[in-house]
Design a protein around this ligand. Structure first.
Ligand code: FBP
Length: 441
C-alpha cells in the first residue's frame, strides 16, 4: 500500500497518556472507593443484576502494583456505528497487555457481537496493530449490530471464552451495546466463569455520558468534521448569496451533534429536538419559526442562510410521533399486504385517509408527497416506519417554502427562497481521529 504523507504523519503521532499511566505498569495501584449505585430505579436494577450491581468504584493511583501476575487473554469487539478512535482503543489495549507481559494475547472478534458467537476472530500482532494506529474507521475487525441478549447466546459466548481461555471481554459500543455488556457481565458472574466483561463507551452521538465521562469518543472528531463542511457551506452561501442550505446532521434522537456544530459554526438557525419536545412544537410552528428568519434576512436583501437540523427532529414533534404510531397500527399484520396491493398512490391515499384520525390526517396532509410516500413505503422488517430515513431537511424546507408563499401573497415577505439539502453523517464517522480522540482512546 502507498502511504500518503498525512497517513505517515498520523502513524507517527504518539498519543499523550495521562501522567498516571506514564509511570509503567508496576507503579500503578488501585484505590477501592465507595459502592456505586444506578442513577434511578435502584431496587429494580439491583434485582436484575444481583451479582454485578453496586460494585465499588475503582481509581488508579500511583503506588506499587500488588496484582498477582496472571496471563491475560482478552477478546475485544467493536459494536454499532463507527466512531473515530475505535482503532486506538484496540491499540491501547494491545500495548498495555504486551507491556505487562509479552505472552498476553489480544483477540479481535470480527463483525461485532456476532463474531463472538461465531468464534470468528483474529489474533493481533505488532504488524497489524501498527497499520491501524491513529486511523479512523472500524475496519480492523469490522463492526455489527447483532444484539447479545438471549441466554442461548450467552451460553455460546461462554463456550467460546472457555475455548480461548479468555480472562476478559471488552465491548466497545454505544448504549445498546453497553446494555448488552452489562447483561453479559451478569451472566458471566452468575455462572462463575471468571471472565470479566468491560464496556467501553463509544458513539459520535454524544449521548452516552455521566459525571465521569464528559463525552464518548468519536464525538469530537465527528463534530469537527461536520463543522468544517458546514463552515465551507456557510462561506459558499455568503459568496453566492442565493441559497438557503438545510443541513441534517447525524446523532440519532439526541441533538448534541447539532448543538456542538452550531457552537462551532454559528449558523443562522439550529433546531434542537429536546427544545421542540419541551415546547411541544408542531411542524407548522417549527416551519414558521424558520420562515421568520428567512423573511427577516430576505427583506434585508439576504436571500441565503444555513439551518442545521438534528437527525431525530421529527421524533420530538408530538403530533408527528402520534402520526407515526397510527401509521404503524394502520399497517399492522395483514393490512400491509392489502395496502401494498392497491394499484396506485391515489388508492393508497384514500386508504390512509380512511384509517387515520382527523388530527393525524391533518398533519399527514401538509407533508410533501415525497415524505408521505417515505412514511408508507420505506419500512423496517417489523413493518414500522423507519424514522431515521425520513428526509427531515427536505420536509422542513418544503414547509418553509409553503409558509413563505403565504407570506408573499399577504405582502409581508419580498425575498426569494431557493433551498439546497445536505445530510452529514457517514462523512464524519470514520475520519482520522482528532488528537483529542486519539489520546482519549
Ligand atoms: P451508535 O453509536 O448508537 O451505534 O449510532 C451511531 C450512528 O452514527 C447514529 O448517529 C446514526 O443514526 C446511526 O449510527 C446510523 O446507523 P447505520 O450505520 O446502521 O446506518
Amino acid at each position: 500500500m502507498n502511504l500518503s504523507p498525512l497517513q505517515k504523519a498520523r502513524y507517527e503521532y504518539v498519543p499523550k497518556l495521562p501522567g498516571m499511566l506514564r509511570a509503567g505498569i508496576s507503579e500503578i495501584s488501585v484505590k477501592v472507593g465507595e459502592a456505586t449505585a444506578s442513577v434511578a430505579d435502584q431496587d429494580k436494577i439491583k434485582a436484575l443484576f444481583p451479582n454485578t450491581y453496586g460494585k465499588n468504584e475503582i481509581t488508579f493511583v500511583k503506588g506499587s502494583n500488588t496484582s498477582a501476575a496472571k496471563k491475560q487473554v482478552v477478546g475485544v469487539i467493536l459494536s454499532g456505528g463507527q466512531a473515530p478512535g475505535g482503532h486506538n482503543v484496540i491499540c491501547g489495549l494491545y500495548d498495555a497487555l504486551k507491556a505487562t507481559d509479552k505472552g498476553n494475547v489480544l483477540l479481535g472478534f470480527k463483525g461485532g457481537p456476532s463474531g463472538l458467537i461465531d468464534n470468528d476472530y483474529v489474533e493481533f500482532d505488532d504488524a497489524m496493530i501498527d497499520a491501524y494506529r491513529n486511523t479512523g474507521g472500524f475496519d480492523i475487525i469490522g463492526s455489527g449490530r447483532t444484539k447479545l441478549e438471549k441466554e442461548e447466546q450467552f451460553a455460546v459466548v461462554t463456550e467460546v471464552a472457555k475455548k480461548h481461555g479468555l480472562t476478559a471481554i471488552v465491548i466497545i459500543g454505544g448504549d445498546d451495546s453497553n446494555t448488552n455488556a452489562a447483561v453479559l457481565a451478569e451472566y458471566m458472574a452468575a455462572n462463575n466463569t471468571g471472565v470479566q466483561v468491560i464496556g467501553c463507551p463509544k458513539t459520535i452521538d454524544g449521548d452516552l455520558k455521566n459525571e465521569d465521562i464528559e463525552a464518548s469518543f468519536g464525538f469530537d472528531t465527528a463534530t469537527k468534521t461536520y463543522s468544517e463542511l458546514i463552515g465551507n457551506i456557510e462561506r459558499d452561501a455568503n459568496s453566492a448569496k442565493k441559497y438557503w442550505h438545510f443541513i441534517k446532521v447525524m446523532g440519532r434522537s439526541a441533538s448534541h451533534v447539532a448543538l456542538e456544530c452550531a457552537l462551532e459554526t454559528q449558523p443562522n438557525i439550529c433546531l434542537i429536538g429536546e427544545e421542540v419536545a419541551a415546547k411541544k412544537m408542531s411542524l407548522s410552528q417549527i416551519a414558521s419559526q424558520i420562515a421568520d428568519s428567512v423573511e427577516k434576512r430576505g427583506n434585508a436583501g439576504n436571500n441565503f442562510g444555513v439551518a442545521i437540523i438534528p437527525e431525530g427532529i421529527v421524533e420530538f414533534v408530538p403530533e408527528f410521533s402520534k402520526l407515526i404510531a397510527e401509521i404503524n397500527e394502520l399497517l399492522a399484520g395483514a393490512n400491509t399486504e392489502k395496502f401494498n396491493s392497491l394499484p396506485d398512490w391515489d388508492a393508497k391515499y384514500e386508504f390512509i385517509e380512511k384509517g387515520l384520525t382527523k388530527e393525524s390526517m391533518a398533519v399527514f396532509a401538509i407533508l410533501p408527497q415525497l415524505i408521505q410516500q417515505q412514511l408508507f413505503l420505506e419500512r423496517d422488517p417489523h413493518g414500522n416506519v423507519q424514522v431515521s430515513l425520513i428526509e427531515s431537511e427536505k420536509l422542513l424546507s418544503a414547509l418553509v417554502k409553503d409558509e413563505l408563499e403565504k407570506r408573499k401573497a399577504a405582502g409581508t415577505y419580498k425575498g426569494k427562497f431557493g433551498a439546497l439539502h445536505h445530510f452529514f453523517g457517514y462523512e464524519g464517522r470514520c475520519a482520522f481521529p482528532s488528537n483529542f480522540d486519539a489520546d482519549y482512546c
